[in-house]
Ligand binder design. Structure first.
Ligand code: CMP
Length: 409
């Protein structure tokens, strides 16, 4: 509902066909799973790699294999491609979900000052330098391109946003570890300063100098440029090295656990989205459903991939969220299953090898339920177990019927 005076900006929720801008936005998203999106990302990475390679080669002053002029042309071409990409991304900015409630102009300004917009702009800075007849030659220019373009690679790494979330979620333990780091560093630097200052006034004569040694030792880097020589200094160094390993191990543990938890949370949300498309789950209450969602995993398959092979042991069953699979029956025929259907249940129920091979016919997203989770769910959600068993029985009878018809013929 829209109130008087209220204006709707961005993409309205209608049944109309998507506009060209929406379609372009969908493909250019860094997470688009469609073939067009994947092709675009591959092309983009290829252009980036070629550009960076040319830049690296340009920094070698006396390169005989590729003339400098060719390298400069490659850099030119890549810069122009990035410039066009920047303009297209500016045009589609109002489609970005977080800017959809803004006017198009405001959405574009917001995008321009976002991390993605700034990285895009920095990548085309060389174009401005070129337009201003800045000569691209020599090591300095090459390093500028390298630094600006390598940032674009980061946009292809979805793990960066996960890392930001992990750091934000785990900020309390991370802060404690950093404080512990600083305490150890100051204690060790002060002790080393006391023990070593007379013997090595150059290296340990001041606290900042002693702190450099403490950082190198605590992080277990050990350049060896500054070494304690007194007994007290060496004991201090040994204790610091052992503490360094413990502090780093603590940090690794916190980050690894945080990453695993974040990934589990994301997977949970992804599965919720897909579960709604599978009718067998529709009748279940929210509590039961949330329990099942925690046990399902999403898997994306391209076309013509065999998901289960006849005769293999069955360790999971699958629900089709979107796409289509072909069941190649042992009798020779085949059956196609699409959105909302499930397969792979017979091996679990009968504790027998797979009765047929199943392959995708088009890009397909499946929800996977592992055998142990299936048995656990089946034991306390009888309605679900019954629905799966009924369908398995119907399929078995259908297969026997087909087999009998085939034998008689
Ligand atoms: P499973 O035996 O574990 O692995 C192959 C799967 O193909 C099987 O489970 C069923 O889920 C599915 N399947 C077998 N026969 C049919 C059929 N007639 N119709 C639909 N699916 C079938």
């Amino acid at each position: 509902m829209q109130f008087a005076g209220q204006r709707a900006y961005g993409r309205p929720v209608t049944d109309e066909a998507p506009t060209l801008r929406t379609q372009v936005y969908t493909v250019l998203r860094y997470s688009d799973p469609s073939p067009a999106g994947r092709h675009w990302r591959t092309l983009h990475l290829f252009v980036l790699a070629v550009g960076l390679m040319a830049v690296v080669m340009l920094s070698v002053d006396r390169l005989e294999t590729v003339p400098q002029a060719v390298l400069r042309w490659v850099i030119w071409a890549v810069t122009v491609i990035f410039f066009v990409e920047y303009l297209v991304r500016l045009w589609i900015a109002p489609e970005t979900p977080r800017f959809q409630h803004h006017r198009p102009l405001w959405a574009r300004l917001n995008w321009m000052i976002s991390i993605e917009g700034l990285i895009g702009l920095l990548a085309v800075v060389p174009a401005v330098m070129l337009a201003g007849s800045y000569a691209i030659s020599g090591t300095d220019a090459a390093s500028v391109f390298c630094i600006l373009w390598i940032l674009k690679f980061g946009l292809h790494a979805p793990a960066f946003s996960t890392l930001a979330r992990v750091v934000s979620n785990e900020r309390a333990p991370i802060a404690s570890i950093l404080i512990l780091f600083v305490i150890l560093l100051m204690l060790a630097a002060t002790a080393a300063h006391i023990f070593e200052r007379d013997k090595q006034p150059e290296q340990f004569g001041s606290l900042p100098n002693a702190m450099w040694w403490a950082v190198v030792t605590l992080t277990t880097t050990g350049y060896g440029d500054v070494v304690p020589v007194t007994a007290g200094g060496r004991i201090m160094g040994s204790l610091l090295m052992i503490s360094g390993i413990s502090v780093l191990a603590l940090m690794t543990g916190v980050l690894a656990t945080g990453f695993a938890q974040e990934e589990r949370r994301r997977e949970y949300l992804r599965v919720w989205e897909h579960v709604a498309r599978v009718p067998i789950f529709a009748a279940l209450g929210v509590v039961t459903l949330s329990e099942i969602v925690g046990k399902l995993r999403t898997r994306y398959y391209p076309p013509r991939v065999t998901v289960v092979r006849r005769g293999d042991p069955g360790d999971s069953m699958f629900f089709i969220s979107s796409g289509e699979v072909e069941v190649r029956l042992p009798t020779g025929g085949s059956v196609r299953l699409s959105d909302g259907a499930f397969f792979g249940e017979m091996a679990l129920l009968e504790r027998q090898p797979r009765s047929a091979s199943v392959a995708t016919t088009r890009p397909t997203t499946l929800l996977v339920l592992y055998a142990s989770d299936f048995y656990e769910i089946a034991s306390h959600i009888p309605a679900l177990a019954e629905a799966v068993e009924n369908e398995a029985r119907r399929r078995r009878e259908e297969n026997l019927g087909r087999q009998a018809t085939g034998t008689r013929r």
